[in-house]
Design a protein around this ligand. Structure first.
Ligand SMILES: [Zn+2]
Length: 115
């Protein structure tokens, strides 16, 4: 099977749209939980571009979320990996931990980073 550039662009755009739809639905579910009196937490890699999405920014602003960066090395993993949690549960700030090590101190976690 031969894929043309237009096919690849189309497949990529379909994947982006599906990811956006999934993100928006997650936020809608979080809003339902929050409206019912619960807490909501949105977790993504700290470098995810989706943090800039209007729906995400609105979720954070509307619910006065705290944004907590968590580095894997703070929890016993020798990984160069971070997660961000946007949460309505202020006590979740207690898990925040930013890697204090120099760049390159941790081995890469993705095969594409190993060269
Ligand atoms: Zn570290």
């Amino acid at each position: 099977m031969v894929l043309l550039l237009e096919d690849l662009v189309g497949l990529h755009m379909l994947k982006v749209r599906e990811s956006n739809l999934m993100l928006e639905r997650c936020i809608q579910l979080l809003q339902v939980v929050i409206a019912a009196g619960g807490h909501g937490h949105l977790e993504q890699p700290s470098s995810a571009m989706s943090w800039e999405e209007p729906a995400v920014r609105s979720f954070i602003r509307t619910n006065s979320c705290t944004c907590n960066l968590v580095s894997a090395c703070g929890y016993g993993k020798d990984w160069h990996k971070n997660w961000m949690f946007a949460s309505t549960f202020a006590a979740l700030q207690d898990i925040a931990f930013q890697c204090p090590h120099l760049q390159g101190s941790h081995p890469p976690t993705k095969p594409s980073q190993v060269l």
